[in-house]
Ligand binder design. Sequence first.
Ligand code: NDP
Length: 327
Amino acid sequence: MYQALVIDKDETGYRASIKQLDDDNLPEGDVTVRVDYSTINYKDGLAITGKSPVVRKFPLVAGIDFAGTVESSSHAAWKPGDKVVLNGWGVGETHSGGLAQRARVRGDWLVALPSRLTTRQAMAVGTAGYTAMLCVMALQGHGLTPASGDILVTGANGGVGSVAVALLSKLGFRVIASTGRTHEAEALKALGAAEVIDRAELSAPGKPLAKERWAGVVDSVGSHTLANACAGTKYRGAVAACGLAQGMDFPGSVAPFILRGVTLYGIDSVMAPKALREQAWARLAQDLDLAKLDSLVHEIPLAGAIAAGADILAGKVRGRLVVNVNA
Ligand code: NDP
């Protein structure tokens, strides 16, 4: 038997609850994992509350990521005792997920835990931090270096944003952190932000082009914020867009692209190819200041995950929520 956060939807409605399941409830897959930690990402909040149709099969165990130890495997790459991380691939959406003490998945979806990280640290990173790394890799792949200019990080107190701030500052970039929680400015500066701006500067409708302020952007917010971030990007700069915390719309103009040669990179973590994931996790183990990562963590037990799902959507979570599924 194992405990899991199960999403049900039937004629009585949509609900999340902690249940005791037996092994018959484990889904199809060639690797069974004893989960140590999972997390609450923004998407988990949407899944737990039912605010967006993230979960598309019922009943389903929530949780888009986990880290743990292989218990049994018929997949050639994995054997019992291996430490593994999983992000995305529809886990927690169409395949039962990581907010549980056990999970069964396809071995092809797993990444080996980098030896420098514990399973707890891997979930302190979580899908949010792994996505932040994909954004940073896109900006570096574009050719941006600290000499290119500042990097804007939006949603800076959130999961993607806070890991992006820590990563970019460790890499030597000057980071401008945009946040609605300016009272957390000192925490953002401790994380590595050189400058903190109020997100209200970016969240209202703006002009097609604005003063060139940053060479690159990590945006987890979307909507007017993304449009204004593009409008303020320097000539031949780059914007990595991964999120929609303000909205899914993109009410911008083509001006930054056709007049300033700005490039907009779309970042998807869910179906990212395995080689890119392995590169991102290796880079996280190498480039992330683990003391700073630890300062972002708030650990909760599995029973706290339901309330936490609503909290993250309400913007009440700072940094990363790590779920100890065995607590
Ligand atoms: P968090 O809730 O931790 O962070 C989101 C942050 O966005 C908040 O902390 C807040 O930052 C800011 N924000 C929230 N609401 C608004 C608003 N109305 N206007 C402007 N800013 C706002 O979520 P995550 O970091 O887990 O995820 C961030 C986004 O990235 C989500 O949309 C998520 O779906 C997406 N995502 C996408 C992935 C992909 O594969 N493309 C993978 C992972 C995440 P502050 O308080 O500093 O203002």
